[in-house]
Structures are given as structure tokens and as C-alpha cells.
Design a binder for this molecule. Structure first.
Ligand SMILES: NC(=O)c1ccc[n+]([C@@H]2O[C@H](COP(=O)([O-])OP(=O)(O)OC[C@H]3O[C@@H](n4cnc5c(N)ncnc54)[C@H](O)[C@@H]3O)[C@@H](O)[C@H]2O)c1
Length: 371
């Protein structure tokens, strides 16, 4: 992979958020070279990362520069790792520390981490003194292919996913595919699920890659990773450019998410990876599409068979849930989805590969695929 970049343009919501430049870096991540912490001129940077990312060998040289959080005029805040920290308290911790350290609206927040870090750092940036610019260095596959791109920020609330947030895109996103080397297999697999979603929604060639190159994908062959990440980034960029505020086609990106978010709620936020919940949800959305004759049974079967290659749960009754009335509990959580506008549940369904639509459905239509 060669270093390259491209830009997304959209209506400005806030000065400084009208354009995102995405830079692909083929080399080993070197944050000191990109950000030169401690320099004496230019914008002050407020870095946010999590405890796991801060300890990664390729980041340690960078974090070691910060003494008690400070390196010259820059500051590094380290918060806890993972979904349990995607809270309004973490967002306020960022805001409070930035205020205490005297950061101004013209300064810049930088989130270094997975989707949790980009979501909460972006949200904190959007409310700090009514909005300061933000940049991301996504370190999970999921964040490189999806979460860091497109300006959706926020946090979980009251045990429901992403209930508070804002649309506030990053100014620059630095993608280093080599960060995937240190991901646990479950985190890597979680990112693959969002990439697989992109293939089903938009990219036939990527679908073929998932179909024919499962071994290379699962062994994290850099050549295939370097192909998957830009494909997904470009696909998402195109969608958010055309429907930034999620009024129509951006909703398709929620394919598998209405089921998946509900599963995350039922299992307990953080007890299952986002991607594996979404993958299970994709299986449910396709099974429902086939059951209602929107798509062919053969398309649904082919996708479910492929999903097994990647270890995703394709059963109506998810393996990770215990206790009774699983279907009823999932349906109850699905009613909290932000896309719903009335008593029905808004679902993203498919007629076939790269042929997607939205439909509101009754509980009784959905329950049969949750058995
Ligand atoms: N804003 C959006 O458009 C959008 C889209 C999809 C998902 N999301 C959100 O993203 C979140 C999931 O993102 P995620 O899966 O990146 O979760 P995450 O940020 O919790 O990261 C997962 C785990 O991997 C660790 N980690 C990060 N980088 C690592 C690396 N290079 N090596 C080893 N470990 C590393 C983290 O410390 C964490 O423990 C969810 O909250 C989801 O709602 C947002």
C-alpha cells in the first residue's frame, strides 16, 4: 500500500467541520512524527486515548513524552478501555480536563483509539466551548473501516447504545492499517463484521474478496487488509457526503444494527463486541428478508454460510444470551432504536446483494427470526 489520501465534502455544521481529509499511512504508526508533541508554535493538542492503546509498543514512545499528562503545551488524557467507558461521565472527564488545562476553542482534540475513543472524543469536541476541531487516529479495524468516518459522535446512556450525541466530523483521520496487528482476534473479527456489512451494502468486489479470501483475511494478510480498509473508507465517505444527517441512504449503514444494538443491550454493553452483535444482526435481517420473500433464500443461505467461515453467530437464538424470553427482550430493546418513529420497528432489509431498503415492521413479523 502506498501513502495516499482523499477528501470528503459536506455541508458545514460548524466551522472547521466542512471537510475531512483521510490519510492512509502504510508505515508503522509513528505518532511523534505526525504530531510532534511539545513543539512551541501552532495549535495546542488535547490527546485522548485509552489505557490499552496507551500501552501498545508502537504508541509508548509517544505516550512516554507526556509527564503527568503534559508535554509542552499539549496534553494527553488516558481513560479506561472499551464500551463500559463510552459514558457521559467519560465525555465530561475530557471536557473538565481540557478546561482545567486551559484549552481554547481554536485548539484541537485528537482521539487515538477504537470507536469508543473516536465517538466520545468527537462528542466532547462538539460541546467543548461550543465546538473545537477534532482529529482521529483509529487503532481498531472497526474504527478504520467505519466508526472514525462520517461524524457521528456520542455515548451510551441508561444501558442503551448511542443515546446522546452529535454530528461532528473530524478534520483529519490518520489511518495506519498496521494497528490491526496487535488487535485481539475478537476485536479484529469485530471490525471484519463492519467491513462485511460494507460488502453486502455497496461493494460486490469486496463481497468476492470475503467469499474467496477468507484464509488471507483471517490470517491478517497485509495485502488483503490494505485492500479492505480503503474500500470501506471510500464507500462510507460516499454515503456520508450524500446524506450526512442520515435522512435517507445513510440509514442503510445501520444494516444489522437494529438487531445488533438490541443484542448488546440484552447481553449488557461491553459483554459482546459491537461487530459480533452487528454480524448476528445481519444474519437476522437477511433471514427476515428471505422469510418475507424480499430476497431469495439462496442469497440468504450463501451469506449465512460465509458468515460461519468467520465465526459469526447465525442462529435466531444468539448463543451469548441466557435466560428466558430472549426474543421478547430483544424486541423490547429494538423499540428503543433511534430510527423508529412510531410503534413499529424500522429495519434495514435486502432484496439481494447491494440492493437494500428500509421497512417498518410489527413485532409479530420479526419474532419468528428470533427463535
Ligand atoms: N460513530 C460511528 O459512526 C460508529 C460506527 C460503528 C461503530 N461505532 C462505535 O464504535 C464502538 C466500537 O468500536 P471498537 O470496536 O473500535 O471498540 P473500542 O474502542 O472499545 O476498542 C476495542 C478494544 O480494543 C482495544 N484496542 C484499540 N486499538 C487496539 C490495538 N491497535 N491493539 C490492541 N487493542 C486495541 C481498546 O482498548 C478496546 O479495549 C461502539 O461503541 C460502536 O457503537 C461508531
Amino acid at each position: 500500500m502506498k501513502q495516499s489520501s482523499f477528501s470528503i465534502k459536506y455541508q458545514p455544521v460548524h466551522p472547521g467541520t466542512e471537510n475531512t481529509t483521510i490519510i492512509f499511512h502504510p508505515e508503522t504508526p509513528d505518532l511523534c512524527a505526525i504530531f510532534t508533541p511539545g513543539r512551541t508554535s501552532g495549535e495546542r493538542r488535547f490527546f485522548v486515548t485509552d489505557g490499552t492503546v496507551a500501552r501498545l509498543p508502537c504508541i509508548q514512545q509517544f505516550t512516554a513524552l507526556f509527564d503527568d499528562g503534559r508535554c509542552g503545551r499539549d496534553y494527553l488524557l488516558v481513560i479506561g478501555s472499551g464500551e463500559p467507558y463510552k459514558t457521559i461521565e467519560s465525555v465530561l472527564t475530557i471536557v473538565k480536563a481540557a478546561l482545567k488545562e486551559g484549552f481554547a476553542r481554536k485548539d484541537i482534540f485528537v482521539g487515538i483509539g477504537g470507536g469508543v475513543i473516536s465517538d466520545i472524543t468527537g462528542f466532547a469536541a462538539s460541546i467543548f466551548k461550543r465546538g473545537t476541531s477534532v482529529e482521529f487516529v483509529p487503532t481498531t479495524l472497526l474504527s478504520m473501516v467505519d466508526a472514525s468516518i462520517g461524524g457521528k459522535t456520542g455515548c451510551d446512556f441508561d444501558n442503551y447504545k448511542n443515546m446522546i450525541g452529535s454530528f461532528f466530523p473530524a478534520r483529519t483521520i490518520h489511518i495506519f492499517p498496521r494497528f490491526v496487528e496487535s488487535l485481539s482476534s475478537s476485536q479484529y473479527n469485530s471490525g471484519l463484521a463492519e467491513a462485511f456489512k460494507t460488502a453486502l451494502l455497496y461493494d460486490r468486489d469486496l463481497y468476492t474478496i470475503f467469499l474467496e479470501k477468507s484464509e488471507s483475511i483471517l490470517s491478517r494478510d497485509p495485502a488483503v487488509i490494505n485492500e479492505i480498509i480503503p474500500r470501506c473508507a471510500h464507500a462510507k465517505a460516499k454515503i456520508v457526503e450524500n446524506d450526512f444527517m442520515e435522512n435517507n441512504i445513510r440509514m442503510y449503514l445501520n444494516f444489522g444494527h437494529t438487531f445488533g444494538h438490541a443484542l448488546e443491550t440484552v447481553v449488557g454493553l461491553g459483554n459482546i463486541t459491537h461487530g459480533s452483535a452487528v454480524a448476528w444482526g445481519i444474519g437476522r435481517a437477511l433471514s427476515l428478508s428471505a422469510r418475507k420473500n424480499f430476497c431469495s433464500q439462496s442469497y440468504c443461505d450463501e451469506v449465512l454460510k460465509m458468515m460461519l467461515l468467520y465465526g459469526w453467530d447465525t442462529e435466531g437464538m444468539p448463543h451469548c444470551v441466557t435466560g428466558g424470553d430472549v426474543g421478547g427482550r430483544i424486541i423490547k430493546a429494538m423499540h428503543k432504536d433511534k430510527k423508529n418513529s412510531n410503534s413499529k420497528i424500522c429495519l434495514i432489509l435486502q432484496k439481494g446483494l447491494n440492493d437494500t431498503f428500509i421497512l417498518e415492521m410489527d413485532d409479530d413479523d420479526i419474532l419468528p427470526v428470533l427463535k
